[in-house]
Design a protein. Sequence first.
Length: 94
Amino acid sequence: MVKVQLEFEDIAEKLKVIGHPIRLSIFHLLCNCGKERLKVKSIYEALGQAQASTSRHLDIMRRAGILERQQEGNKIYYCLCTENSGINCLRKCF
């Protein structure tokens, strides 16, 4: 029972973070893009947002444990933290 409570607390914290419309859009995009990860440019272009604003939201989501940042050369990619059971639970909603 304690483990279940901790999972619900983790999911509630993640929901607070993705509660912003842009972050919710980012989460939705990553859940439904058909790829494991997306470049930052692909994300801000798909959302019609400025690069700086999108990067700020991506960083908030990364620090909350929702996203992982992967760098290859000068390209930066983001993907969902699928090792987190709370994230996997939230993905099913999208």
